[in-house]
Write a protein that binds this ligand. Structure first.
Ligand code: 5GP
Ligand code: MN
Length: 350
C-alpha cells in the first residue's frame, strides 16, 4: 500500500514550521541511518527556507554516516551537553524524527530536558504506538523508513518531485539502511518511484551503498567472526542466538555501531526465522531481536526484555544478569510462544 500523507496534517506541519525560527531536530538514541538521514534531510530543508537549525542527537552515531552532508555539525547530547542544552532551550520548535516516545531520547536526562523545553514538538515517525508529547504527530507505521515519509513531506512542501541533492542523499541513506538495502519491508512500488526521483535529484545510489556498507573497521569484521562463532541454533524453534561479551568487544576495540546488523546474519540460515543478539554493554545487556514472516519478535522483546519495537525488528534490555543467564531466560521463555512458532514452523521447507 502506498503511503498517502494526510494533506491537512502535512499543511499543519508546514504551518508549524513556518511560524518557528529556532528549530532543533532530534532522533532516537544510538542513531541509525534512518535517524541521521531523516534528521539531516529535515535540517537541510529548514536551512533552505531560512531557519536557524541545530541537529541534536542523544548519543554518538556510526562512522559510516559521517560523510552525510553537514553530519559534522550534529551535536551529540551525551558528549556536548552544554551546547545541546543551549540549542534545545532556545528553540521554539523541536522536530522529532524516527522515534515515537520521549524515552527513546536515551538515559542522560535528554528526555526530561526535551519534555520540559518551551518549544513545540512535532513528530515525523514510522514506529508503532506514537506517544503523546507533541503538538502534531505524523506517524505512519506502514512506512518502511522515516526518510521515506520525509521525502513525501518535502516533495509536497517544496512542490517538486526532485529535491536538492544533499537532501536526496540523506533520504536515500535512511531508506536503504532501514530496509537492509531493500531486502525487507520494501515491496511497495512507491519506494522505487521515490528512488527514481532521488536519482533524478542527483544522488548516486551505488556510491551511497559503498560509503555506508564498504566502510567498516577490521575490528568489526573480527567481531562478526566472534559473534558467529558463539552462535547457537535451536532448530526446533527456527531460532539462532548470537552474543558478544564485554571482553570479546574490548578485544577488538569495539566502537559504537561496530555490531550494527549482526543480528540479521542468522536469518540467512535455511529455516531460521528468529534471531536474537545479546551484547554486553556497560552495566546491562542489550538485546536485539529480528524475525521473518509473521513471527512477532516485538512480543518477546516486550515480555522478556522490557523493550518493544516492530513485528520483525525489536529490542530490549536485561539487567543484573550475565549473558549466559539472559540467553537462558530467552530459551526458557520460548515454549510460551508456541502458537507463533507453530505458524512459522509450518511454513518451513526441507
Ligand atoms: P535495534 O536492535 O536495531 O537496536 O532495534 C530495533 C528496533 O527495536 C528499534 O527500531 C526500536 O523500534 C526497537 N527497540 C530497540 N531497543 C529497544 C528498547 O530498549 N525498547 C523499546 N521499546 N524498543 C526498542
Ligand atoms: Mn527508522
Amino acid at each position: 500500500m502506498p503511503i498517502n500523507i494526510d494533506a491537512s496534517l502535512s499543511a499543519k506541519a508546514k504551518q508549524i514550521i513556518l511560524s518557528a525560527n529556532d528549530i532543533v531536530v532530534t532522533c532516537h538514541v544510538s542513531p541509525d541511518g534512518d535517524a541521521i538521514g531523516s534528521s539531516l534531510a529535515v535540517y537541510h530543508y529548514l536551512k533552505s527556507i531560512g531557519k536557524n537549525v541545530t541537529v541534536v542527537v542523544p548519543t554518538a552515531f556510526p562512522a559510516f554516516l559521517k560523510w552525510l552532508p553537514d553530519a559534522r555539525n550534529i551535536l551529540v547530547y551525551k558528549d556536548q551537553r552544554a551546547m545541546s542544552k543551549e540549542a534545545i532551550k532556545h528553540s521554539d520548535l523541536i522536530v522529532c524524527v524516527d522515534f515515537n516516545e520521549i524515552s527513546r531520547l536515551g538515559e542522560d536526562g535528554m528526555p526530561d530536558y526535551v519534555a520540559g523545553a518551551r518549544a513545540k514538538k512535532l513528530m515525523i515517525d514510522h514506529h508503532l504506538y506514537p506517544g503523546d508529547f507533541t503538538v502534531l504527530t505524523i506517524s505512519y507505521p506502514l512506512a518502511s523508513s522515516t526518510c521515506h515519509l520525509v521525502y513525501l513531506l518535502l516533495s509536497e512542501w517544496m512542490q517538486s518531485e526532485t529535491l536538492p541533492t544533499d537532501i536526496a542523499q540523506c533520504i536515500y541513506t535512511g531508506m536503504m539502511t532501514d530496509t537492509g538495502n531493500f531486502s525487507y519491508n520494501s515491496n511497495d512500488p512507491q519506494i522505487y518511484e521515490t528512488i527514481a526521483s532521488l536519482i533524478k535529484s542527483g544522488i548516486n545510489k551505488d556510491e551511497i551503498y559503498k560509503k555506508v556498507f564498504f566502510n567498516c573497521s577490521a575490528g568489526r569484521i573480527k567481531l562478526q567472526g566472534i559473534a558467529l562463532n558463539n552462535m547457537e541454533v535451536l532448530e526446533e524453534y527456527g531460532t539462532a542466538v548470537l552474543s558478544l561479551s564485554r571482553d570479546e568487544l574490548n578485544s577488538q576495540s569495539y566502537k559504537k555501531g561496530d555490531t550494527e546488523g549482526f543480528v540479521n546474519i542468522p536469518l540467512s540460515i535455511h529455516n531460521v526465522f528468529f534471531s536474537v543478539f545479546f551484547k554486553e554493554e556497560d552495566g546491562f545487556i542489550k538485546v536485539s531481536l529480528r524475525s521473518q514472516g509473521d513471527f512477532p519478535c516485538n512480543i518477546i522483546a516486550t515480555d522478556v526484555f522490557g523493550g518493544g519495537g516492530h513485528l520483525n525488528a525489536s529490542g530490549g534490555e536485561a539487567h543484573n544478569i550475565t549473558i549466559a543467564e539472559a540467553k537462558q531466560k530467552l530459551i526458557d521463555a520460548l515454549p510460551n510462544y508456541k502458537q507463533y512458532f507453530d505458524v512459522e514452523l509450518a511454513k518451513l521447507q526441507d
